[in-house]
Design a binder for this molecule. Structure first.
Ligand code: ADP
Length: 645
């Protein structure tokens, strides 16, 4: 029999070189690659059997793994289409696929730039058949093309050449045999039943043909020997064939055929969440791209939802083969609580995280899934308010991150955002707020702070309460951030009750009150200036307020200024922020103003005025849930006044 020797094509040689000489983080994927080659071969055979009568589908299509620990051998066998001599040369000796060539180009570029080619990067890539050289120093492939009697044996040590010779094989299909390298690593692990089962479960569970393994099991049998009394137990080794994969890719079934029970079971197993999902989104996309998506909105937020490393995203499959967990690119971070699977028909198996980031097809999938998720939420809000509330309580603040991260979806997110309010018992949507707006009102009033009870009792709300004007109460950590980024909703401006000059009165009344306020301001002009001088380190102005009815004082920001909550958040994130001085507003109708007026009249530099100024400023901060600048001094001042000193 003649043995012919061939050279690998240049790119194939480069690839082999990488496989053999780099250190990989994830060698396990070689098995995934070989199994999916077997599965592809069976798919091809099925297609060809439809038109070519010489080619028939086997009665039991399958992929069989065998391992021999002593001989350090693992093999993967399929009864698929097989390859002719020409096909071997064409498919195995060369790299034709554009994805793989792209990958090689990226790596070559990095090497040229002197960068070390990271193990991570390579590990994330599927690199097909050649990946076997990560673990093997010799490989054999025996194959027989369906519809032909000839069989061929291909063999290589990955050194740039391979050999081909005639062989014999009983049935069509391919057997790939790896001789595991002798290294310090435990590569012979790959012959262990446990290891193989784990890899198949992780990567190839949903391959549509059975992936089986021949395993030896000890069986006890009773033997009676001649001439001896009774029976004796002996153990016998029996080889059985076990199927390792479940093949149940429920996302590939029609949505209406999958029962809730099945969803729940799949969800628990795939995402390690003992609770049932709150909502299921199941879709099949056809057209320019074909893919299946099965998304779940969990019932409960995971403990690490707000930790920076927590982003988990969805799993990416290509043709039922697991590619990666946490494919961040498939959903925006503000939907990071969504779990699920995307299974593409068109992406290459060897797609990397890096390529995902630039891939237009991926961006299109992400847009579609984002829209679909928001639509689902909107439907849920309309049809099942209670369930939606459950969702909102778990994930609302995360969803709101999208308001300043993805302007494209701002409106859709606001549509499904819920708010506490001074009026409604439960939560309100913006549409509901707008519906209840008084005639002529054009602003959506809100108050943001970090503590719900402080916000709800804030003196900022007094005038609004009195007027019966509804104010939305925001107390999620994220609220100060988005409110400073979102100007309006449905043509209505968002306005904070805590900034700018607020006067809620009608036009007539407003004029009147303005007059009154002016008069008072004139009357007390010197007092206000004096108070400002006392507090000049702390505030930039002291003026009379149009928003207070019962509280004596309040601190406000000027319109357009960054609000103090946001300032605090930025600072807690390590951002340097100049401390902005705010405005102290006094209630012109409060007794304390009268009192100060009298003291001031009697003695302009009465030290009591200084105490009053600090007390009013400190009290205004406390009402906001803040600390006065000198808490101890503040306490002493209060006690001093109480003692009547
Ligand atoms: P990919 O599977 O991504 O195309 P591979 O390097 O794994 O890349 O395989 C190259 C080609 O070799 C395949 O496209 C296929 O034509 C052929 N091939 C590999 N394994 C088998 C097999 N078990 N049966 C038939 N053909 C195979």
């Amino acid at each position: 029999m003649t043995v012919e020797r061939f050279e690998f094509q240049t790119e194939a040689r480069q690839m082999l070189d990488l496989m053999i000489h780099s250190v990989y983080s994830n060698k396990d994927i070689f098995l995934r690659e070989l199994i999916s080659n077997g599965s592809d071969a069976l798919d091809k055979l099925r297609v060809e059997s439809l038109t070519n009568e010489k080619v028939v589908m086997p009665s039991e299509p399958k992929i069989i793994i065998t391992a021999d620990r002593e001989a350090r051998i693992i093999s993967v066998q399929d009864n698929g289409i097989g390859m002719s001599r020409e096909e071997i040369i064409e498919n195995i000796g060369t790299i034709a696929k554009s994805g793989t060539r792209e990958f090689m180009a990226t790596l070559a570029e990095r090497r040229e730039q002197g960068e070390a080619v990271s193990a991570e990067l390579i590990g994330q890539f599927g690199v097909g058949f050649y990946s076997a050289f990560m673990v093997a120093d010799r490989m054999e492939l025996v194959t027989r093309r369906a519809g032909s009697d000839e069989a061929w044996k291909w063999e290589s040590t990955g050194d740039g050449t391979y050999t081909l010779e005639e062989a014999s094989k009983d049935e069509p299909g391919t057997v790939v045999t790896l001789h595991l390298k002798e290294t310090s690593e435990d590569l012979d692990d790959y012959t262990s039943e446990w290891k193989i089962k784990n890899i198949v479960k992780q990567y190839s569970d949903f391959v549509s043909y059975p992936v089986t393994m021949l395993v030896e099991r000890e069986k006890e049998s009773e033997v009676s020997e001649e001439g001896e009394e009774g029976t004796e137990k002996s153990t016998e080794k029996v080889v059985t064939e076990e199927t390792l994969n479940s093949m149940k890719a429920i996302w590939r079934r029609r949505a209406e055929e999958v029962e809730e029970k099945e969803h729940n079971e799949f969800y628990h197993n795939a995402f390690y969440d003992p609770a049932d999902p709150l909502k299921t989104i199941h879709l099949k996309a056809e057209g320019t791209q074909e893919y299946y998506a099965l998304l779940y909105i969990p019932s409960n937020a995971p403990y690490d939802l707000y930790m920076p490393e927590s982003v988990r995203g969805v799993q990416l499959y290509v043709k039922r083969v697991f590619i990666m967990d946490d494919a961040k690119e498939l959903l925006p971070t503000w939907l990071r609580f969504v779990r699920g699977v995307v299974d593409s028909e068109d992406l290459p198996l060897n797609i990397s995280r890096e390529i995902l980031q630039q891939n237009r097809a991926i961006r299109a999938i992400r847009n579609r899934l984002t829209k679909k998720t928001l639509e689902t939420l909107s439907e849920m809000l309309k049809s099942d308010r209670e369930k939606y509330l459950q969702f909102w309580n778990q994930f609302g603040p995360v969803l709101k991150e999208g308001l300043f991260q993805d302007y494209e979806y701002q409106k859709n997110i606001l549509d499904v955002t819920l708010f506490d309010s001074t009026k409604a018992d439960g939560k309100r949507t913006l549409a509901e707020y707008i519906e209840q707006m008084p005639e002529g009102e054009n602003d959506i009033w809100y108050l943001a702070g970090d503590d719900p009870s402080v916000v709800a009792n804030s003196p900022h709300l007094e005038a609004f309460r009195e007027k019966g004007q509804e104010v939305l109460l925001l107390s999620d950590r994220i609220d100060p951030v988005w409110t400073s980024n979102v100007p309006e909703y449905e043509g209505k401006k968002f306005r904070s009750v805590a900034s700018g000059d607020v006067d809620l009165a009608g036009e007539e009344e407003k004029k009147e009150r303005e007059e009154e306020r002016k008069k008072k301001a004139q009357e007390h002009a010197l007092l206000l200036t004096h108070l400002k001088e006392i507090l000049q380190e702390k505030v930039k102005e002291v003026r009379f307020s149009g928003r207070l009815t019962s509280s004596p004082a309040i601190v406000v920001s000027d319109e357009g200024e960054i609000n103090p909550q946001l300032e605090k958040i930025m600072r807690s994130m390590g951002q340097e922020m100049p401390k902005q001085k705010r405005v102290l507003e006094l209630n012109p109708n409060h007794g304390v103003v009268e009192r100060m007026g009298k003291i001031f009249e009697a003695k302009q530099d009465d030290p009591l005025l200084e105490d009053y100024a600090h007390l009013l400023y400190g009290g205004a901060l406390i009402a906001e849930g803040e600390m006065p600048p000198d808490p101890v001094g503040y306490g002493k001042l209060v006690a001093k006044l109480m003692a009547g000193e």
